[in-house]
Design a binder for this molecule. Sequence first.
Ligand code: ADP
Ligand code: ADP
Ligand code: ZN
Ligand code: ZN
Length: 770
Amino acid sequence: DPSSDQRNSLYDHQHITLTGARENNLKEVDLRIPKGRLTVFTGVSGSGKSSVVFDTIAVESQRQLNETFTWFVRNRLPKYERPHADAIEDLAPAIVVDQRPIGGHSRSTVGTMTDIHSVIRVLFSRHGTPSAGGATAYSFNDPSGMCPRCDGIGRTVRPDYDRILDPARSLADGAILFPPFAVGTWQGQTYTHTTDLDTHKPVGEFTAAERRFLLRGDGRGARKRKVSVDNTGGSRDIDYEGLADRFERLYLNRDLSALAQRTRDLVQSFLVEDRCPACDGARLNPAALATRVEGLSIADCARMEVTDLIAVLGRIDDPVAGPVAGAAVAALERVEAIGLGYLSLDRETSTLSGGEGQRLKMVRHLGSSLTGMTYIFDEPSVGLHPRDVGRLGDLLLRLRDKGNTVLVVEHDPDVIALADHVVDMGPAAGTDGGLVVFEGTPRGLRDADTLTGRCLRRARGVKDRPRERTGDMWIKDADLHNLRNVSVRVPAGVLTAVTGVAGSGKSTLVSRSFVEQHPDAVVVDQSSIGISGRSTPATYLGIMDRVRGLFARHTGTEPGLFSFNSRGACESCQGRGIIYSDLAFMDPVTTTCEACAGRRFKDEVLRLTVGGRSVADVLDMTAEQAIAFFADFPDTAVRRRLDALRNVGLTYLTLGQPLSTLSGGERQRVKLATRLHRTGAVYILDEPTTGLHMADVDGLLALLDRLVDAGNTVLVVEHDLEVVKHADWVIDLGPDGGKHGGQVVFEGTPRELLAARGSFTAEHLRGSVG
Ligand code: ADP
Ligand code: ADP
Ligand code: ZN
Ligand code: ZN
């Protein structure tokens, strides 16, 4: 029977087999991905790599795994919908190692998330002197070990009265700058109408006793005072409560998670953090801190850079303590091997970059003895200098060699070169993508007639004629984190690349020190655009208002009708276009809303058309199609915004696509699109090539050129050597990461960098010029 033969060769269990995958923009994709191998997915941004790897393979693997549990367990797991595909066969359990921030709370540190901290705790509890007790005695997350003053956080917070009070103003004249207590608010009446203080005297001139009364009252708690509370002369009794007492009661001594995020952010901006005076930031109680191993306390160990800690623990050869120290060293070496030797175990994970976080998650899996898994990585080279990409590759291969299937979405040529198998998606983005344009070996890809193949073949030199600076900006005496009193000139009116290995201090220098000294600088990052889940390119760029106006004018109705957030919205789905049914212990199903057929608007609104198109039709248009549509209804504001989308290479997005479905790089470019018309500004971008294919990088460089040519200054933190070659000026930090970095090792043009000694960036640049 030939058909069963065919089946056998198709499903040989040596491959993950996809048939007819249609998620997002995928066009009936068929794929056979070899198991136990390293497969790299590449292709321009928006071509469909994530749709294959994350939205199809990872989701289906998780869904099938969940199905094997009882419904009782299943009901407690996140629910996944079946991806759109004819068949997905021979999956293995998938572990996604992505760049999503690691749990932000302050109890999560590099030491706790890698579990290295618990090994070190065992070392201290068994071999430290004097011993403080069993293992939890050294845990800052356990009451028996934590510092009682700060509950193991290492920091204490207090209201910042330098920010809350303006010393030059009187209470009646708005001295209280914290908005909920300001003049005119209900809470503020206590202070503008108190009869115990001179409310017309500048707060800075208060005596110590007056200031104490303002903050703490008379120390006897709230007291009723009869005061006039309005300018008609009316009066009533109000309680006087000290400003500090009230602030602490309302905002410090309670569970802040009950407050709206906006309120929390506001309160946060009026707080200062101090290192905990009891434990000096070490988080532990005195008994735990007194214990020594090799003359060091557990807090000393946690504060050291991983590389240094390896050296200290490596010296322990005592037959009893040795094996425990050895286990810690093995784990620490995995952190170092992944290029993070400059971190310390006490570093809070909330302060790590996405790339650092992803690599730390990888450390956990490298230590695991699971085999037969599918590991999925999202651009693991993010944040890595070319020097460290090689080491990253070794680790990916090690995971593979333990008997796992490793799938990597990646653009870096050095990672592509390591693959056993490459899948190139394309040919372009969005609806022009969604196909597999090449499958085979990296060698084969270099010869292939695809965008990726062509990009791999080219070899460029450094920029010949860098732009001339139009002025100088300075960063003076920067000494945050590892920076060693850095003063450096940043040329104005040109494109500057700030380079250096991971941990050398680039982000600190640019995103912190430079921005503090030049507060007008515009930071364009990849974080989510903080608007509602209903934001779309049309709403974010302000095109939607113009569209509504156009429809109202042409149909003699009101603009409000044409918004899916208001009156015009389909009532069945509230303008969402889909109905989401959560069926307790079954997979959730989203179905297209029957009432509006997914078009989000009421019928009567859809019947109102302009140029033969309804408002829903316009939202379904790509930016490119919208440019053509608006040619008949000229509107310079719309035109400018659509052109901006084109200039950032996003014409394939539809006007109505939820921004929540965009990648980080796409989000960053949408943000850039709103800024393009400015001039004389300073733009800061931290690794803007993240998520970008080599061909997309060309588009990005063209965009940065346009920004500079329009009279702006652009400063990018980058590892991508194509960006470095294209820059007018390079500032290279190093020589290495952490305390071995923090210095400027080179400043000059890319051509001068080619000849520089003592710079890892120079070394790799020399290797990459054609
Ligand atoms: P890549 O990973 O290659 O950058 P993606 O798979 O993320 O590409 O996206 C492929 C296309 O599908 C893009 O046009 C993208 O905008 C679109 N897309 C991705 N997710 C969604 C979604 N949830 N809804 C609608 N479109 C989506
Ligand atoms: P790069 O951008 O070159 O990778 P960073 O500026 O992120 O380097 O880091 C420089 C040094 O400062 C590193 O030793 C890093 O561990 C440290 N560092 C960065 N951010 C923080 C932070 N929020 N808290 C403590 N140390 C930090
Ligand atoms: Zn403390
Ligand atoms: Zn509907």
